[in-house]
Design a binder for this molecule. Structure first.
Ligand code: ZNH
Length: 147
């Protein structure tokens, strides 16, 4: 089981209490689609993803960005058992959506960039490390049901 220090717990709670989900989710997800265009292949039903402008103004992209952040909030609320919390989500991504799990890291990195941009100087190396650890556990948990 993953062990969290008090600082890590407080930091993760703090980040998620401060970020604007409506902005951060869509910004991170659209960045992922733009910077790593092969991630677009899973979103054939989302309509026009032809270029960056189309991606950032696509309402389905924005909506899905919020869905992903809401999914992360579940992990925040269940930090001591993210693996169990994400069991069904992992099965869904593996068996139904067949998402290459390497993509989870790409989205996690985009999220880090967006959160760092929002937090500015408050995103210290210690805060970064705690956030990185949280995302690593999230990604490992999403991968859990794959093989
Ligand atoms: Zn995912 C879906 C989360 C990543 C792809 N997702 C989803 C959902 C959620 C999530 C919550 C919903 C589910 C239901 O409905 O039940 N994801 C998530 C998270 C993450 C992710 C948390 C990380 C961090 N995904 C991802 C990626 C990709 C994806 C990276 C690719 C690239 N997802 C997906 C899809 C879907 C999902 C495709 C479906 C969509 C629709 O709407 O259809």
């Amino acid at each position: 089981m993953v062990k969290w220090t008090d600082f890590e717990r407080a930091t993760i709670q703090d980040i998620f209490s401060k970020i604007d989900y409506e902005v951060v989710g869509p910004a991170a997800f659209s960045r992922c689609l733009i910077v790593y265009p092969w991630t677009q292949r899973y979103f054939g039903g989302f309509g026009n993803l032809y270029n960056a402008a189309a991606i950032t103004s696509n309402p389905k992209v924005a909506a899905h960005g919020k869905v992903v952040i809401a999914g992360l909030e579940k992990a925040v609320k269940n930090m001591d058992d993210i693996k169990t919390t994400y069991k069904d989500l992992s099965v869904l991504h593996s068996e139904k959506l067949q998402v290459d799990p390497d993509n989870f890291n790409l989205l996690a990195d985009c999220l880090t960039i967006v959160v760092a941009g929002q937090m500015g100087a408050a995103f210290t190396p210690e805060v970064h490390a705690a956030f990185q650890k949280f995302l690593a556990v999230v990604v490992a948990s999403l991968r859990k049901q794959y093989y």
